[in-house]
Design a protein around this ligand. Structure first.
Ligand SMILES: [Zn+2]
Ligand SMILES: [Zn+2]
Length: 217
């Protein structure tokens, strides 16, 4: 994936100084990194210590700041990253990539990158936990006589045996053909929900056979 984030400045290598320029002691804080301000109110004296804004508390500063990053030591750039997505991951789970977040100023520790995973819905498989659900449509003769039908599963196809006399709404369970279990062993199941379709248009012959069947039943 490509993301836009702060990276270590390639010109100064995160130092914040123009390459070749001398590093001098900060003239504002005289190298202490902090500035103490004293204030008198009547008999009382207050002192307040703050981080030096000239050198950002480092006590030294370059003679010339880096022209690319303006002395930050970091710049924003588009970065290509790779992350391994574990099998069986669920929608909403978060992957942490340590140290892959934004670069810190002037050589500090980089942050972490958190990826929230969203699983796109599949065109015909529904997921519930580790199980997958599939709607199978058969016609009445297949339901009455039984059949063998090739159906798609995650890793190819399997031949599904439809038992004779199955009803619409019955579910056939294919053990171990569901999603891999996240962080565990084995896989969930695939549930095939049988839907019996009644023909809407029939040929003359089809009608005749149906009429015979009606008398028979
Ligand atoms: Zn720089
Ligand atoms: Zn300073």
């Amino acid at each position: 994936m490509e993301i836009y984030k702060a990276v270590i400045c390639p010109k100064c290598n995160g130092q914040g100084s123009e390459p070749g320029s001398k590093i001098e002691t900060c003239p504002t804080c005289k190298g202490k990194g902090t500035i103490t301000k004293n204030r008198r109110v009547g008999f009382f004296s207050f002192s307040n210590t703050e981080t030096c804004s000239t050198c950002r508390g480092l006590g030294k500063k370059p003679e010339k700041v880096c022209s690319r990053c303006g002395g930050d030591g970091k710049v924003n750039d588009k970065v290509k990253l790779q992350a391994r997505i574990p099998s069986g991951i669920m929608d909403g789970q978060i992957i942490k990539l340590s140290g892959q977040g934004e670069a810190a100023s002037l050589g500090g520790q980089p942050g972490d990158l958190y990826l929230t995973i969203h699983v796109k819905p599949h065109s015909y498989l529904k997921r519930r936990g580790d199980d997958l659900y599939y709607d199978l449509f058969i016609h009445i003769a297949q339901a009455a006589l039984g059949d063998k039908i090739e159906i798609p599963v995650l890793d190819g196809k399997v031949e599904l045996k439809i038992p004779a006399g199955i009803d619409s709404g019955e579910v056939i369970r294919l053990k171990g053909k569901g999603m891999p279990r996240f962080g565990g062993r084995g896989r969930g199941d695939m549930m095939i929900k049988v839907n019996v379709r009644t023909p809407k248009k029939m040929s003359k012959k089809g009608r005749k056979l149906m009429e015979e069947l009606r008398e028979e039943l």
